[in-house]
Design a binder for this molecule. Structure first.
Ligand code: NDP
Length: 450
């Protein structure tokens, strides 16, 4: 292994020994950069890697709020402002009990590279809280969001840091957060948050963007490898949240048959193809469980999740789209997918496949669309939302969708070109890491020691 790379990895492990997800993300990116580091020994003197793995700033704060029974609850809030090399910090907010500093840092780190790939001027950041919105009333969610923003507002701004949604943060939460920001600042700064509602500065196609973008990337990858198409392919999609729902919609529009979706409790298999309207009703309107699908589709089969492995990956499929959360595909699940003849995996979620799982897929000639490229459509469309806010202007759905499609085509092209340039074949995981690293390094060198 490259000596410089080895040293930085060791130092990072020592400094962040209690942050497994963060170390996992750093190792995945850094090890794939070996061919670039071999060609550029001067990077060591410039401490490029050391500066890349140290966040510019981390803010943690207390979030006190009162539940419906009058009880005072205290959660912890985070904002990791990782890198402002190529634009204001940009990245979502996650509300989930699993949130901790390691998860925030892994997501912020990934975001730097993802945002660089979009070709838009946005830096990398991430934030959130260990608050669990499940089972909370609208009023409780509102009070939490108001308390969270009361502190967060000190650290963000349209040219400073622009949060958006992620797990547990959708349109409802963004609305409450925006309302509180505006109230405190006494200023209508539309571009301070993205994923806003259409009536107050949101962009058409932002809701669909991550899922649609994933399918646009998949289309390009299939085309470049044997001129294949999505039409007629069987697809399974984990999760049934924002990313999963719109990946399903675009996959179906592309002629694929989606046969399974899931949530954290289990998965449904519908041999006739998933009825997406029913999923939207359960998840977007009723905020229910995926098992409820059986009430209207008694022919479907529900399998509860019992152990470590998600049952969805035991289902035979051509294309698997993990769109739920990090580390959701185990090596055992990957082996099952390969045994069942999977040809491509598209990461809709962030880091759903650990490094050894990606390596296993690549060794078995399974195409992998890496998260930081394949799910970049969401943040790219957030940047389009920011542009519309600055211009005081609204674009049509078709205009935004076309821009998104072009961005995803370009991202695939960049991953492919970089992989080829550094002799990585069709390893687009390495291609994505290299393409974004080269861009960021260029900006870092230009800006001096900051
Ligand atoms: P949502 O909250 O809308 O949906 C998350 C889905 O994943 C739900 O169906 C949830 O089920 C399921 N899920 C969550 N945790 C687990 C778990 N531990 N095991 C199994 N299933 C789980 O989130 P998003 O769709 O927005 O985000 C999904 C992923 O995509 C995340 O990794 C996020 O970082 C990534 N992403 C999102 C973007 C966006 O624009 N929204 C952009 C780029 C990446 P349940 O309801 O049971 O919890």
């Amino acid at each position: 292994m490259n000596e410089y790379l080895k040293r930085v990895l060791e130092e990072t492990k020592k400094k962040n020994s209690n942050e497994p997800e963060y170390l996992q993300a750093v190792e995945e990116v850094l090890t794939s950069l070996e061919p670039v580091l071999d060609r550029h020994p001067e990077y060591e003197k410039l401490a490029i890697l050391e500066r890349m793995v140290e966040p510019e700033r981390i803010v943690t704060f207390r979030v006190p709020w009162v539940d419906d029974s009058g009880k005072i609850v205290v959660n912890r809030g985070y904002r990791v402002q990782f890198s402002s090399l190529i634009g204001p910090y940009k990245g979502g907010l996650r509300f989930d009990p699993s949130v901790n500093q390691s998860i925030m840092k892994f997501l912020g780190f990934e975001q730097i590279f993802k945002n660089a790939l979009t070709g838009r001027p946005i830096g990398g950041g991430k934030g959130g809280s260990d608050f669990d919105p499940k089972g909370k009333s609208d009023n409780e969610v509102m009070r939490f969001c108001q308390s969270f923003m009361t502190e967060l507002q000190r650290h963000i701004g349209a040219d400073v840091d622009v949060p958006a949604g992620d797990i547990g943060v959708g349109g409802r939460e963004i609305g409450y957060l925006f309302g509180q920001y505006k109230r405190i600042k006494n200023s209508y700064e539309g571009g301070v948050l993205t994923g806003k509602g259409l009536s107050y500065g949101g962009s058409l196609a932002r809701t669909e963007a991550t899922g649609y973008g994933l399918i646009y990337f998949m289309r390009e990858m299939l085309k470049a490898n044997g001129n294949q198409t999505l039409a007629g392919k069987t697809v399974t999609i984990s999760g049934s949240g924002n990313v999963a729902i719109y990946a399903c919609e675009k996959a179906q529009q592309s002629g694929a048959k989606v046969v399974a979706m899931s949530d954290s409790s289990g998965c449904i298999y519908d041999k006739n193809g998933i009825d997406l309207a029913a999923i939207k009703q359960i998840k977007e309107v009723e905020r229910g469980r995926i098992k409820d699908y059986l009430k209207t589709h008694p022919d479907a089969v529900y399998t509860a999740r019992t152990g470590e492995n998600s049952p969805i990956w035991d289902i035979k499929t051509d294309i698997a789209l993990p769109c739920a959360t990090q580390n959701e595909v185990s090596l055992q699940s990957a082996q099952k997918l390969v045994e069942n003849g999977v040809i491509a995996v598209g990461e809709g979620a962030n880091m759903p496949c650990p490094k050894e799982v990606i390596e296993y897929f690549l060794e078995n000639n399974v195409l992998v669309a890496p998260a930081k490229a394949a799910n970049a459509g969401g943040v790219a469309t957030s940047a389009i939302e920011m542009s519309q806010n600055s211009m005081r202007y609204y674009m049509t759905f078709e205009e935004v969708d076309k821009m998104l499609e072009n961005i995803m085509v370009n991202i695939f092209r960049e991953c492919r070109t970089s992989a080829e340039k550094y002799n990585q074949g069709n390893n687009y995981v390495a291609g994505a890491n290299i393409a974004s690293f080269v861009k960021l390094t260029d900006a870092m060198i230009s800006q001096g020691i900051v």
